[in-house]
Design a protein around this ligand. Structure first.
Ligand code: NI
Length: 277
């Protein structure tokens, strides 16, 4: 018996490579997480940048709570089973009227994870619309092989290397993914997806949480991850500690260590030492 998704939803995920929307929290609860993020940004005087966009759940108790959210984990468990690691989380924030976009890509390109049983729960912390740059998916594309990508390092591209698929993507097949704050979409690591710039008057805020079953391996570096449900009898990843208090020294050290490993994997073959701004 599925825990949260219907059998038809799981079937659709397996067929198309995605499923949406699933409500996991109230609008008020989503607004509270947004406030936590924006209070931090107000304190630093700038939007999240660079390494801080990644694995924030190692730094802040509210982000840790989000990656452990029981309803999100129920939906994820329905697809990948009961023993679940959180591999990473990434904030994808598009400021109002900003040029930031995400080129067509497959997440699998540089992550080094094997096999490809890797699912993203993309959590909307604002409403997500065509106007503010919702994600677009090519249904069924997770079943094609890994496609060749080229690195552009384009300044407005929100991806680590500005990577994009080197062959023509048939955009007429694209499906847009609108979400209300508090809903998630789920997508497979090999699904072809991208998104346009935000042309609206408000920020578009999403936290992409990447979950793997414990049997998945990292082929590029000795990586770390956090067990968020079930048991890990494989120990393919070093354990990451949950933050006891926001930005305490132990949390900062754990984040620096974990992000360092991820940068090594994602930027392998380049001279980059940290995530792009
Ligand atoms: Ni992606």
């Amino acid at each position: 018996m599925p825990k949260l998704l219907s059998a038809a939803a799981v079937e659709q995920y397996n067929h198309d490579g995605y499923f949406f929307p699933t409500a996991v929290m109230s609008r008020d609860e989503a607004a509270r997480y947004r406030r936590c993020l924006e209070e931090h940004e107000a304190g630093t005087g700038a939007p999240l940048q660079g390494n801080w966009r990644h694995k924030m759940h190692l730094l802040f108790t509210w982000a840790d709570e989000l990656v452990h959210h029981p309803k999100i984990l129920d939906a994820v468990e329905d697809v990948i089973g009961p023993d679940i690691l959180c591999w990473t989380s990434n904030f994808f924030i598009k400021e109002a009227h900003s040029p930031g976009f995400v080129s067509w890509h497959q997440d699998s390109t540089y992550w080094g994870l094997d096999p490809d049983d890797v699912i993203t729960a993309w959590v909307a912390l604002s409403d997500v619309t065509p106007e503010n740059g919702y994600m677009q998916f090519i249904p069924g594309s997770q079943k094609v092989d890994q496609l060749p990508h080229v690195d552009t390092f384009h300044k407005d591209n929100l991806l680590s290397r500005g990577q994009e698929i080197a062959v023509e993507v048939d955009k007429s097949k694209a499906v847009g993914i609108p979400l209300r704050a508090g809903e998630i979409s789920l997508h497979h690591i090999k699904l072809v997806h991208g998104s346009d710039a935000n042309r609206s008057n408000d920020r578009r805020i999403g936290m992409a949480i990447r979950y793997i079953p414990t049997y998945v391996r990292q082929t590029k570096v000795r990586d770390s991850a956090m067990l968020v449900r079930g048991v890990d009898k494989y120990h393919n990843f070093d354990d990451e500690p949950r933050p006891k208090a926001d930005l305490d020294p132990a949390a900062l050290a754990a984040h620096a260590d974990a992000v360092g490993r991820q940068v090594k994997a994602l930027y392998q073959g380049t001279d980059k030492q940290e995530f792009r701004a």
